[in-house]
Design a protein around this ligand. Structure first.
Ligand code: MTE
Ligand code: MO
Length: 193
């Protein structure tokens, strides 16, 4: 009898814990709601500086493509259908880029990635097939993605806006390090002499 009560108590607690853990997986209406990105702002700086809300970004001309990336540890993200604004459109709104200029993409966590003009034209990226063997690069495009598989980008996936490198054809994998999450600043830096 002495043992029965603790054993019952422990089993009861364990069952309760499992049920609670199970509950957190079921989707509540709150979890289904679109993320609230109303406070997010994108600063775009070149010859001129401008600030965008997510709605303003969504109202710019958009492009679609296939995006798929791999982390340094070999973990694959995707394949996704990606929608966003071509980075060249944003660069030209900020006054454009001259030969030798670079474009710096940064996020509030301090992450920074830099693209050169060749990459802005979709060249010079290392690409892989699904087996992670290097393949010749098809034409690519850098976009500021705000929609993934037809849905607003979740915060965990880098929302409201993340860099994606897209192709016309599916199955082209690019390096994840360029896929800057939570982008809030894009700045054109002039060539240093
Ligand atoms: N803002 C931000 N974006 C980022 C990173 C980061 O640390 N901060 N990591 C990059 C790297 S190195 C990879 S491989 C991909 C996927 O990273 P994850 O595994 O952290 O999701 O996101 C990229 N984008
Ligand atoms: Mo990475």
């Amino acid at each position: 009898m002495k043992l029965t009560i603790p054993v019952l108590l422990i089993s009861f607690l364990a069952v309760g814990f499992l049920m609670a853990a199970g509950c957190s997986d079921t989707k509540s209406p709150v979890a289904e709601a679109a993320p609230d990105y109303s406070d997010w702002r994108l600063t775009l700086k070149g010859a001129s500086e401008m600030v965008f809300t997510l709605d303003e970004l969504r109202n710019l001309p958009s492009v679609n493509g296939h995006g798929y990336c791999v982390s340094t540890t070999g973990f694959r993200f995707g394949p996704y259908r990606c929608k966003g604004v071509d980075l060249r459109v944003l660069a030209s709104m900020a006054g454009g880029m001259e030969p030798g200029d670079t474009i710096w993409i940064s996020a509030p966590d301090g992450y920074l990635w830099v693209f050169d003009l060749d990459q802005m034209e979709g060249r010079g990226f290392v690409t892989f097939n699904e087996g992670l063997a290097e393949i010749p690069s098809p034409p690519l495009r850098i976009i500021l993605m705000y929609e993934q598989d037809g849905k607003p980008l979740s915060y965990n996936d880098g929302g409201p806006a993340r860099i994606a490198i897209i192709s016309e054809e599916p199955g082209v994998i690019t390096e994840g390090s360029a896929w800057v999450k939570w982008v809030d600043r894009i700045e054109i830096k002039e060539k240093t002499a």
